[in-house]
Design a protein around this ligand. Structure first.
Ligand code: ATR
Length: 282
């Protein structure tokens, strides 16, 4: 019997942890699948998807820089992919391609289930206004915080993002500003959705943002503490988390979409944390 095939498609993709995560999920849930990393040429995402489908692919994760193209390729979009304007999960159905975005759900599961956060009625600060920030807006608003503030290096981009989600805000006060205007405000949760950590930088934030018990959360992760988390620690944040849990949770949500079963994530997060710390890892 041939295995159902899945893949992560990106460029670059060699560093992706998704093959390891999904093989652990498959073993745990006794699902007979294969999962590979596929490097697509920068101008060849659509052709790579078509070739993978022709070889029996049943679904794919999509990573940088193809999430917008994945959204555009879909015949059917989930509401969260539509709101995010980007997709990280494709399912190849008989009647076409279904696209979803599990990044926001992954963040929420990590915050609520793994880290024990209660988000309703809180003050949340979201740093960044690019694709990563857009992808988590809807689930964050659905959690009904008292306020959600988007702060970005380029203020107009933050204002535009807030504007485009205003109709989803419900009772949440949704606003946007540049970093300097955060001075004098305090938050229960500060989420870094900028790509600054990739270049070892932290967004230039004013002092005093972290209320007592506040959580600083970086959607990035790495072997060493990210620049954002190191800066948050110096700024007095007592609770810190990187985005490794979010990575595993978004994968679990993709696995559910493909296989109809939700894997347990705790042991997989521990496994990845161990691999990240091992000297053999880059
Ligand atoms: P992604 O899909 O990862 O969100 P993106 O759409 O390029 O990528 O957005 C990157 C985000 O990180 C933006 O919010 C960017 O701020 P600008 O809109 O002002 O460019 C932010 N960013 C990147 N490097 C940064 C840095 N060194 N300090 C602060 N913000 C940074």
């Amino acid at each position: 019997m041939s295995l159902d095939r899945y893949a992560v498609i990106g460029n670059p993709v060699a560093h992706s942890r998704s093959p390891l995560i999904h093989s652990l999920f498959a073993r745990q849930t006794h699902q007979a699948i294969s999962y590979e990393a596929l490097l697509a040429p920068l101008d060849g995402f659509k052709a790579t998807v078509a070739a993978f489908r022709a070889r029996g692919g049943r679904g794919a994760n999509v990573t940088v820089p193809f999430k917008l193209e994945a959204h555009a390729l879909a015949d059917c979009l989930s509401p969260r992919a539509a709101a995010a304007g980007a997709a990280n999960t494709l399912r190849f159905d008989d009647d076409g391609i279904f696209a979803d975005n599990t990044d926001g759900a992954g963040l929420l599961r990590d915050l609520v289930d793994n880290l024990g956060c209660r988000l309703e009625g809180t003050a949340i600060l979201l740093l960044g206004a690019g694709g990563a920030a857009r992808g988590v807006m809807l689930p964050l608003l659905d959690a009904a915080p008292a306020s959600l503030t988007i702060a970005n290096r380029s203020e107009p981009r933050a204002l535009e993002l807030a504007q485009s989600f205003q109709r989803h805000a419900g009772k949440t006060t949704l606003d946007a500003c540049g970093f300097a205007a955060l001075s004098g405000h305090r938050y229960d949760l500060v989420i870094n959705a900028t790509s600054a950590s990739l270049s070892g930088e932290a967004p230039p934030l004013p002092a005093g943002l972290y209320g007592p018990g506040a959580l600083a959360y970086d959607m990035m992760y790495g072997r060493n503490e990210t620049a954002f988390l190191a800066a948050a620690r110096r700024a007095g944040a007592k609770r810190l988390s990187d985005g490794l849990g979010m990575l595993v949770e978004q994968a679990a949500e993709s696995f559910l979409i493909w296989r109809g079963v939700r894997p347990q994530t705790r042991s997989v997060i521990e496994n990845l944390r161990g691999a990240l710390r091992s000297p053999a890892e880059p």
